[in-house]
Design a protein around this ligand. Structure first.
Ligand SMILES: Nc1nc2c(c(=O)[nH]1)N[C@H]1C(S)=C(S)[C@@H](COP(=O)(O)OP(=O)(O)OC[C@H]3O[C@@H](n4cnc5c(=O)[nH]c(N)nc54)[C@H](O)[C@@H]3O)O[C@H]1N2
Ligand SMILES: Nc1nc2c(c(=O)[nH]1)N[C@H]1C(S)=C(S)[C@@H](COP(=O)(O)OP(=O)(O)OC[C@H]3O[C@@H](n4cnc5c(=O)[nH]c(N)nc54)[C@H](O)[C@@H]3O)O[C@H]1N2
Ligand SMILES: [Mo]
Length: 774
């Protein structure tokens, strides 16, 4: 039985609120993913796919970038991986009648949830200049339109090529090559909104913007500090690694404004005990920090470490490591001695005793891992905060030894690989030199636009052709209203996508949707079925093999689509055999092995069952490829976040049933929310102080400099045990409240976790369709 697409949009009118959960997963978690999977895909397809997720002969789960252990379990996936697979592998198709029935204007007030539930896009569609409808178009015509627009640009920088982190290494490599041969570095990506702060900080401090640990290090750590990350929802398989670490004696500390279920307790669905038994307590210490307080906390811990060294010289710091491998220690020590404890208390909302306890844990541990995600990166001082994470680790030599290191936990399943392949608006000259030599052209050297600057360039009318390799930039970027009006100014927008989203509804004058294969599907080309490759959060690269027949014979692989566009646009102008690369992905991999550092013999290495681990200076040999050739201990000035009286700091985050802008259901099980997303979580004492009640409908106003307030109307308050002064709502709905200009220093990542807001009682009901925005 084929499932049906919903006709009517979903309503938030009957939101139900119950107590939040105190532990994550358990067998219930896997059942939660299997039931909809079987209903959507049928039993046969479900079994076929679920037994191949993350297996060595199977496909890489397209959900998060959590790494695979070397010993795979029979079911090496989590509840949310199950949902991601089901969402992609649904047999439901968008029928031709859909495009006739729905004008673009009529789609404008549809929710992301409704759009995504319409099924897979199964043929290319085109919206002509004065039309309000998409209509089917042939692939050749589609490629012709793109080529014509690109070839008439006055300058290649009038085109921009966005990438979302699900694209394979092969597609990403081809895509950046095409952009650069065309002559532009305009390669914004989802990473700009995600771990850019990590890349910026770590490249500066340790010479590489990636995790310095391997999977097995979790099992060898004495202490794991998890800051600004919600693994129970966003990296559920990490909980298994944490549970194993605990069994080996590790202590775990969680730093978060929210008592997230997965941070507190866990039931492992892969074990009988996890089914019937009591949950494992995950966090030995939970620090309920105020939003944006992490940098002050880290400085306060470093201060205690230095004080302990002063009290017992030679026993606390790793002097040998600091002398041999680091610079900047003296200036740092001087600066940290000035840290003002009152400022720390104000910024963190934590007591001295809590901070002392964490400092003691750090001092008692020989091997420490600090993991982090969006709670840290999407802050104005995200880069400086990550530099402080590195400082703290360096003081006791916690980088480049087993069981220790810096562990940014990546988002999209291949976001790290896309960067390795050159998707970045500011790739270093060494990469561009190698690319130019391999393909015989001179790559452009000026940096391109990132995600935020790309919106500015669109708004200024500077981008005439905008292309997206996956993703949903308009759903994901800050300042929704501004971004949407900017996108309407471009001449042609092109999306390579599996399913519908907001970025297909708000378009340039002309628009194309080019439907692509997902990871679950067999990718057949001239030389036979092709595999693709991906890189996970700990730099492990391996192959992914599609399993089920494509949803339609009109859907092409990402590689075939990008290569086809390149061929139509450039032909053999540069002597590059674009079509040959489509016929046989080994050809692309051969080029990768000549261009991308660490990828020598890429075909051979990705054909092995385990794949390979990319070299990593700090992890492998305590080599730090920074400008000074040493790990840099840095001095960072704390800037307290100003939040005037009567205002709260709002963070925008993911529910348990979404993947970024993809909504799987209106529930957020662990936080006790059902049947709706128009909610704002607020501490009960803050509600009382603001004269508001639990369950009241409010409008949310974001205040930014002297600009008019941005407003989101008709949200239900939920009294919730968040840190005082900090509220939370879901992205992408709340993106409208994040000013485009509010970005992290140095990395330019939208500050999605600390928006100054006020609430006022609303007359707008919590309702159907997209929330009302002004
Ligand atoms: N199922 C599922 N999996 C996903 C995704 C998804 O949407 N769904 N998205 C993927 C992507 S692209 C990414 S980047 C990752 C995101 O993974 P996460 O970073 O876990 O995602 P968020 O929901 O943004 O959660 C941020 C966490 O930081 C906390 N936080 C907020 N502000 C602060 C702060 O100031 N300090 C501290 N210490 N904590 C803070 C929040 O309470 C929350 O627990 O997940 C990936 N995996
Ligand atoms: N306010 C706020 N904003 C945020 C964040 C936040 O925490 N708060 N998080 C930010 C983060 S961390 C990220 S990573 C970005 C995410 O930004 P994006 O990566 O742009 O967004 P996604 O929602 O992951 O993209 C989903 C779309 O990708 C397409 N897709 C799915 N699978 C495939 C595939 O296999 N191939 C292709 N070609 N297309 C596919 C589908 O059409 C789907 O609708 O959002 C950012 N925005
Ligand atoms: Mo992300």
């Amino acid at each position: 039985m084929t499932p049906k697409a919903p006709r009517d949009d979903f309503s938030d009118a009957d939101i139900e609120v119950t107590e939040p959960k105190t532990y994550a997963a358990g067998m219930g978690g896997v059942f939660h993913s299997m039931e909809p999977a079987i209903l959507e895909m049928g039993l046969g397809r479900t079994v076929k796919l679920m037994t191949k997720i993350n297996q060595k002969d199977g496909f890489d789960c397209m959900s998060c970038a959590w790494p695979d252990p070397s010993h795979r379990k029979i079911a090496e996936f989590c509840e949310n991986g199950g949902k991601a697979v089901t969402w992609e592998a649904t047999p439901l198709k968008i029928q031709r009648a859909f495009w006739q029935e729905h004008s673009l204007t009529s789609l404008e007030d549809k929710t992301e949830y409704w759009l995504g539930m319409q099924g897979r896009i199964v043929e290319p569609v085109y919206k002509a200049k004065d039309s309000d409808h998409y209509e089917p178009i042939s692939w050749d015509r589609a490629f012709g339109i793109v080529a014509e627009h690109l070839n008439r640009l006055e300058h290649p920088n009038e085109a921009s090529f966005y990438t979302s982190g699900r694209a394979s290494n092969e597609a990403a490599f081809l895509y950046q090559l095409f952009a650069r041969v065309l002559g532009t570095n305009n390669l914004p990506d989802c990473s700009n909104m995600c771990h850019e702060s990590t890349g910026t900080a770590m490249s500066y401090s340790v010479g590489i913007g990636k995790s310095t640990i391997a999977y097995n290090d979790f099992g060898e750590a004495d202490l794991i500090i998890i800051m600004g990350q919600n693994p129970g929802t966003n990296h559920p398989r990490m909980l298994t690694a944490l549970q194993e670490a605990k069994e080996n004696g590790a202590r775990i500390v969680a730093v978060n404004p929210l008592p997230e279920a997965g941070l507190i307790g866990y039931k492992d669905p892969q074990r009988v005990r996890g089914y019937v038994g009591k949950p494992t307590q995950i966090a030995d210490q939970f620090l309920q920090i105020r939003s944006g307080g992490d940098m002050a906390l880290l400085q306060a811990i470093s201060k205690r470490v230095l004080a302990a060294e002063a009290a017992a010289p030679g026993t606390v710091l790793d002097h040998d490591f600091i002398e041999r491998h680091c610079d900047g220690f003296e200036a740092f020590a001087e600066h940290i001695a000035q840290v003002d404890e009152r400022e720390v208390e104000q910024a963190t909302g934590l007591s001295q005793a809590e901070i002392d306890e964490l400092a003691d844990r750090y001092l008692e541990s020989d091997r420490v891992i600090i993991a982090w995600a969006m709670g840290i990166t999407q802050q104005r001082q995200g880069v400086a905060t990550i530099k402080e994470i590195i400082n703290l680790l360096l003081l006791r030599g916690n980088i480049g030894k087993p069981g220790a290191g810096a562990s940014p936990i990546r988002g999209h399943s291949n976001v790290q690989g896309d960067r390795t392949m050159g998707v970045w608006e500011q790739m270093p000259d060494s990469f561009l030199d190698a690319l130019g030599t391999e393909f015989g052209f001179e790559p452009p050297r000026d940096h391109g636009v990132d995600a935020v600057n790309g919106i500015r360039a669109l708004d200024e009318g500077k981008i005439k052709v905008w292309m997206g390799l996956g993703g949903n930039l308009l759903g994901a970027i800050s300042d929704t209203n501004l971004a949407e009006s900017a996108m309407r100014k471009t001449e042609l927008s092109i999306q390579l996508s599996t399913k519908l989203n907001r970025s297909h509804v708000i378009t340039g004058e002309e628009a194309l949707i080019l439907p692509v294969l997902g990871r679950t599907e067999v990718d057949e080309q001239l030389t036979g079925p092709q595999y693709i490759t991906v890189e996970d959060s700990v730099c492990a690269v391996h192959a992914s093999h599609g399993q089920i027949p494509p949803i339609s014979d009109q859907v092409r692989s990402e590689v075939a689509t990008v290569g086809g566009i390149a061929n139509a646009t450039l032909g053999d102008r540069h002597g590059i055999d674009w079509l040959g690369m489509i016929d046989d992905y080994d050809v692309i991999r051969e080029h990768i092995s000549h261009v991308v550092p660490g990828c020598e013999s890429y075909n051979e290495k990705t054909r092995t069952r385990d794949g390979f681990i990319l070299p990593n200076g700090p992890r492998d040999e305590r080599r730090f490829d920074t400008a000074t050739g040493k790990a840099r201990i840095t001095v960072n000035e704390l800037e307290p976040i100003a939040c005037p009286p009567g205002r709260l700091l709002l963070q925008t985050m993911r529910s348990h049933d979404q993947f970024n802008t993809t909504i799987y259901s209106l529930n957020d099980r662990y936080r006790g929310i059902k049947k709706g997303r128009s909610v704002i979580f607020v501490h009960p004492d803050d509600l009382a102080e603001l004269g508001l009640e639990d369950g009241q409908t409010v409008d949310i106003f974001s205040e930014w400099k002297d600009e008019p307030d941005r407003v989101l109307r008709g949200f239900r308050t939920v009294a919730f045990p968040t840190a005082r002064g900090c509220a939370a709502a879901y992205f992408p709905e709340a993106n409208v409240l994040v000013p485009l200009d509010s970005t992290a220093l140095e990395s330019n990542t939208p500050v999605s976790k600390a928006i100054v807001i006020r609430m006022e009682p609303s007359t707008t009901p919590v309702g159907v369709g997209r929330p009302v925005v002004v």
